[in-house]
Structure formats: C-alpha cells, structure tokens
Design a protein around this ligand. Structure first.
Ligand SMILES: [Zn+2]
Ligand SMILES: [Zn+2]
Length: 213
C-alpha cells in the first residue's frame, strides 16, 4: 500500500475545497465534493494520471455537489454519500444554484448509494469509516481513515471555526454535539481537511477553536 496524498482544488464562488484523495504509488483515488468547475477538476485528475474509483459527497450543499452529475458522467463512476437525510437537498441543487445566481449549469443529484454511520468506504487499500455528523446539514458525513490519522470533515469543522447553522436544516446544538462527541474523541493527532480554507489538527481545534473552548 502506498502513501495517501491529497490534492485540493478550490471551486465555485464559495471557494469550496474539492479534494482528490489518491494513493501515490497505485495512482487510484476518489474525488470528494466536486462542487463545480468540473473541467478544472478533470484536468487535475488527468495531469496526475489518477484512476478515479468513485465520487464521495460530504453533504448536499450546492458548493459541494453542484458539479457532481457532470463529473460522474465524465468519469463513469458511482456517487457515494452523503447520508440520506440530505436527499431533498440534492434534489434541489438546480434551485439552490438559481438562489445563489450561479452561472454554471447545475443538475440535481441522486447518489448511487447513501451512506450510514459506521459503514466503511475505500479506494485501493485505504479504508474510511463513515461518521454521520448532522448540524451544518442533516445528512452531513465525515470520512475518517484511522490508519492515516486523517479525516475529511467537509463543513462540520474549520480551522478556527465551525460550519454555519443558519441555512435550512441547520442545528447549532447538533453541530457542536457532532464535533465534541464524534470528531474530537478520535484523537488530538488526527489531521483534517475541510470544505473551506486550510485544514488542521483536532488537538489544536480542541484547545483554541473559539466555538469549542
Ligand atoms: Zn455546506
Ligand atoms: Zn461549503
């Protein structure tokens, strides 16, 4: 098993971190949250010669899922996740795009498979546990790789901040519970990438994030 690497491509006017996780040696990987600018995402995949095995979604917001059907068609792979509690949101992507006056065409999405708490998804020999972490969005999931001490947390947790909870389906108390009861107990040494801005480590967030201390 080779080392796992991550490439981050900020996409859409929301600067959402579309993330390509891949095995450095095997050159297989997944795309997490292709929110838009699919041509740029495809160019990065081709330039690095990565065989994409699936697309994983963290939640159903437009900046994370707006390009997912176009990328699926281009790559011929399945869309996994998020939790089915975001089903409605994914069926309203085109209207989300109109609400935010986005100019790129956006299609509604039905994933090939929704995910549930505790199941495992993988690419190559890299396995990730699925954690259902509602609060920012009802069906938000986090992908946690114990062997690599790594988690992709989407919009649950940011470096020095947390996901907003003023959008439909948001729940501040649930978000804090998701972070304190599911993420932080994984350990201070877990490194994370997130949906916006730089990633970090759980320990630093536990000690210094103003929403958690
Ligand atoms: Zn979001
Ligand atoms: Zn976002």
């Amino acid at each position: 098993m080779g080392e796992m690497r991550a490439g981050v491509i900020p996409v859409t006017p929301f600067q959402q971190n579309c993330t390509i996780l891949f095995d450095k040696d095997e050159k297989v990987g997944v795309v997490i949250d292709p929110g838009g600018e699919v041509d740029r995402i495809r160019a990065a995949i081709e330039k690095n010669g990565i065989a994409i095995q699936a697309i994983w979604l963290t939640h159903g917001h437009i900046d994370h899922a707006g390009g997912v059907m176009d990328l699926k068609d281009a790559l011929g792979v399945d869309i996994l996740g998020p939790h089915e509690d975001d089903r409605e949101m994914l069926l309203n992507l085109a209207s989300q795009a109109r609400m935010y006056r986005l100019t790129d065409p956006v299609r509604d999405c039905t994933p090939d498979r929704f995910l549930t708490e505790g199941e495992t998804v993988s690419f190559g020999e890299h396995s990730f546990q699925v954690l259902h972490c509602p609060g920012h969005a009802p069906g938000h999931v986090v992908y946690y790789n114990p062997a690599a001490k790594f988690a992709h947390v989407g919009d649950v947790l940011f470096h020095g901040s947390i996901g907003r909870t003023d959008l439909p389906g948001g729940d501040h108390a649930a978000l804090i519970r998701s972070i304190k009861e599911k993420l932080l107990p994984l350990g201070d040494d877990i490194g994370f990438l997130c949906g916006h801005g730089p990633g970090g480590r759980f320990g630093e967030e536990r000690r210094t994030n103003p929403f958690l201390v």
